[in-house]
Write a protein that binds this ligand. Structure first.
Ligand code: SF4
Length: 335
């Protein structure tokens, strides 16, 4: 955050203990902020450029020319990386299911828009009002969610509003009111285009606070979640840290996942080792996604809990076998 002592919020509404904890967790004094080597972003860029060049253009390359001929870069986002590192069959199966808007898929977009409006709203914003304004704004937008919102039935609209209000209310009770001096930004777009744009890495963190001063890190990248903590939440934020570093030159200071249901927070400071791990994981994901998409490589199946919601579940023998063993009560027999 911008000010040196974020544990001293401006005069305003009294904070509840969870808001106080979140504030203490995310804030840092000037002396606690790390200074990064000015060459860190360039070294990450070079690693990506060289690795992608050898992946596509090398003797056994997958064919940059094919990507250029089709004028279709390889788009990589955190969700694709999560899937391909989880189970490649799951990645392929999800790629074949066309995206469609529903109350479930639209809820996050509405919530993020409501939070974005709340940041600049004068006075004390009421969650229901912010959600209604978010729905109205997105209905008028040229984004394709606008068409879907326009055609909503009354029941769907009520469900969407109810679920979004619940999340925005939780956000307002877990986070302290966001002060302008913390430079809060909701859903900022981050993008990198290594190797002449053959690959496009993109992401939109839910919320960022603070900013760097030269090579001194100051930004906090935050993802908001409902439900339980998952291992890939950490990887998602590390991917954002990589994008932020590639796009802005100075890494963020802290990564934090805030769980709105439980009012808990998990965070880790950004280091050069963390960025190295992130760029390697990203490159491993790019390599496998390129192989699966450009070279029809066979997908490596890694059964796990995701078999339960995998679109290929009905036809995947490996997943079916795994689930039947998992659900077998004898598996839990202590003898
Ligand atoms: S059912 Fe399981 S093993 Fe099969 S593709 Fe899906 S996630 Fe992978």
């Amino acid at each position: 955050m911008e000010d040196t002592d974020t544990t001293a919020p401006s005069a305003g509404p009294e904070l509840n203990p969870t808001q106080r904890e979140v504030l203490d967790h995310l804030g840092a004094s000037a002396t606690e902020r790390p200074t990064f080597d000015p060459g860190v972003a360039q070294s990450l860029r070079s690693y990506l450029d060289d690795s992608i060049a050898s992946l596509l253009d090398g003797p056994d390359g997958l064919g940059l020319t094919e990507i250029q001929r089709q004028r279709t870069p390889l788009f990589i986002a955190k969700h694709a990386l999560m899937l391909v590192h989880n189970c490649e069959g799951l990645f392929v199966a999800e790629s074949e299911v066309p995206f469609s808007w529903s109350v479930h898929t639209a809820k996050g977009t509405i919530v993020h828009k409501a939070i974005e409006l709340g940041i600049s709203w004068d006075g004390d914003p009421v969650p229901r009002m912010l959600v209604d304004e978010a729905i109205a704004s997105l209905t008028e937008s040229t984004d394709n969610i606008g068409d879907w919102l326009y055609g909503l039935s009354e029941r769907e609209r009520a469900e969407l509003r109810s679920e979004a209000v619940e999340m925005v209310t939780a956000f307002s009770e877990v986070f302290p009111p966001l002060e302008a001096r913390w430079r809060p930004v909701a859903e900022v777009r981050l993008r990198a285009e290594p190797h002449k744009g053959a690959v496009i890495l993109s992401g939109r963190p839910d919320l960022t606070l603070g900013q760097p001063r030269g090579n001194i890190a100051g930004k906090v990248i935050i993802d908001l979640k409902t439900g339980a903590a998952r291992g890939h939440h950490t990887d998602d934020l590390r991917f954002y840290a990589l994008l932020e570093t590639l796009a802005r030159g100075t890494p963020p200071r802290l990564l934090a996942t805030v769980y709105l249901d439980s009012g808990t927070i998990r965070s880790e400071p950004v280091t050069e080792d963390l960025l190295t791990a992130a760029v390697r994981r990203t490159m491993d994901g790019i390599a496998r996604i390129a192989a699966l998409r450009l070279a029809d490589a066979p997908a490596e199946l890694r059964p796990g809990n995701s078999c339960r919601w995998c679109p290929a579940r009905a036809t995947c023998a490996v997943g079916t076998q795994f689930l039947s063993e998992l659900d077998n009560p004898d598996r839990y027999d202590p003898d």
